[in-house]
Design a protein around this ligand. Structure first.
Ligand code: ZN
Length: 76
């Protein structure tokens, strides 16, 4: 496996800003694609893992210093 592992609740920064001007996103869904929500305008987009990885410039894991709890915040 290559690339960055994502988990729900992670905050990521993308290279290119959203049209609203925001660059920070939160991962709200993990599946075949990654669901991202813009923290500024709350618009949701789906990107493939590859695209997300390519566009990402930084990330802040949701579970910093906390025990992992995968799949805890499904919003299906
Ligand atoms: Zn936005």
């Amino acid at each position: 496996m290559s690339g960055t592992p994502f988990s729900v609740g992670d905050r990521i920064t993308l290279k290119k800003p959203h049209p609203c001007g925001g660059r920070e996103w939160v991962v709200y869904r993990i599946g075949a694609d990654i669901g991202l929500k813009c923290l500024k305008c709350e618009r949701r987009v789906m990107l493939t893992r590859k695209e997300t990885d390519r566009r990402m410039v930084g990330s802040i894991p949701a579970s910093t210093g906390v025990s992992e709890n995968p799949q805890s915040k499904r919003t299906d």
